[in-house]
Ligand binder design. Structure first.
Ligand SMILES: Cc1ncc(COP(=O)(O)O)c(C=O)c1O
Length: 380
């Protein structure tokens, strides 16, 4: 199998597997005061320290969650529940992950209005428009650090600074950035930062929310754990794996990013040379090292993905599938692509296990398949 879908999930790192295994043996409840509980608390504290060190944060400001979707919900709902009447609007960029965009849409039905800031041609989430949207009725602005479909980086420090000047709180989905580019909450400028384990070599189902000290946040449910912000008995093995993975990913970041970036560049250059009417999205913007969003004009991406899968090559489309019918990716449309172009776009994402042999195999496999799909399915 040639696996080029690391933005969806990346294999667990050995350090994370070892930490999960060890934590499975620690059966105590971290809330118990006896020896078994204290042993579990030690595992939790160690992981909290590892995540905090990776983010430049204080351990006490981290809340462990089930992943970034829950972290985003806690951040957004938690801020809105405490926002004064008259200041409850949400501002989100058009390129946010569904965990933010769908929540904003759902909340608007019964609660605060939202402003979706349209994309810009280079996929950076239109910083000028975000700034212009930060009116006196805005409680929270949301912008991701790096887009999962294109890898394009958003200028979060600038946006967060503008939000601060406007008295607006700022939530950053840092899911795709961690372990790939430097990320430190002291310089990011956001008030809330979400992350999830499976994107940097940790287990799935374990994530965290960093909350700036002193920020009043309402919990999603009742209970005492995680400072009352994320109650429920902690997922100890998942959290232990999260801590070990973020430590390992950040320690290896510079070296891995250089290698992955070179492989990504080689993949893109090879595809552009071998496939006529191919284009890389976001190529002129600052990007993550491992993401290549490639539009093969006139080639149905879903059919191409299936043909690639038959050849053992895993990637993903720039579009989400909903019960058989495909909706073109809002992120790609926000970037200025037409619906037809969005439906002809494949995301290749490389990660810490990707090798030159993987890229060579992809370069042998993809170009003839694109031609085959183009010939079999006439462009709409
Ligand atoms: C940018 C981004 N945000 C949020 C998420 C959601 O993460 P989780 O599945 O841990 O809730 C993902 C994962 O697909 C993502 O890529």
């Amino acid at each position: 199998m040639i696996y080029l879908d690391h933005n969806a999930i990346t294999p667990m790192r050995p350090e994370a597997i070892a930490a999960v295994r060890a934590a499975l043996e620690v059966f105590g409840n971290p809330s118990s005061v006896h020896a078994a509980g204290r042993a579990a608390r030690d595992v939790l504290d160690r992981a909290r320290g590892q995540v905090a060190a990776a983010l430049g944060a204080a351990p006490a400001d981290l809340v462990f969650t089930s992943g970034a979707t829950e972290s985003a919900a806690l951040a957004i709902r938690g801020v809105l529940a405490r926002a004064p009447a008259g200041r409850r609007r949400l501002v989100v960029t058009a390129v946010e992950h569904p965990c933010v965009l769908s929540l904003a849409r759902a909340l608007e039905r019964s609660g605060p209005p939202r402003t979706v800031v349209p994309g810009a041609r280079r996929g950076r989430g239109a910083p000028g428009r975000v700034r212009a949207a930060l009116g006196a009725d805005v409680a929270l602005a949301c912008a991701m650090r790096a887009n999962n479909e294109t890898g394009v980086l958003l200028p979060v420090p600038d946006l967060a600074h503008a939000a601060r000047e406007a008295g607006v709180l700022f939530f950053c989905d840092a899911v795709q950035a961690i372990g790939k580019i430097p990320l430190d909450v002291r310089t990011l400028g956001a008030d809330l930062v979400a992350l999830t384990g499976q994107k940097f070599g940790g287990p799935r189902g374990a994530g965290a929310l960093w909350v700036t000290p002193g920020l009043p946040l309402a919990p999603l449910s009742g209970g005492e754990q995680e400072r009352g912000l994320r109650p429920g008995t902690e997922n100890l093995p998942g959290i232990a794996g999260l801590g070990a993975a973020i430590e390992a990913a950040c320690a290896a970041r510079e070296e891995e990013a250089a290698g992955i970036g070179a492989l990504r560049d080689r993949l893109e250059a090879g595809l552009l040379t071998a496939v006529p009417r191919a284009r890389v999205n976001g190529a002129d913007a600052p990007r993550l090292p491992g993401t290549a969003s490639v539009t093969f004009q006139g080639c149905d991406a879903e059919a191409l993905l299936m043909a690639m899968d038959v050849e053992g090559l895993c990637a993903s489309a720039g579009s989400a599938c909903h019960s058989g019918s495909t909706t073109p990716s809002g992120v790609l449309l926000a970037l200025g692509l037409s619906e037809a172009e969005a439906r002809s776009t494949i995301r290749f994402s490389l990660g810490w296990t990707t090798t030159a042999a993987d890229v060579d195999a992809a370069l042998r496999t993809v170009p003839p398949l694109v031609e085959r799909v183009r010939a079999a399915i006439p462009a709409a």
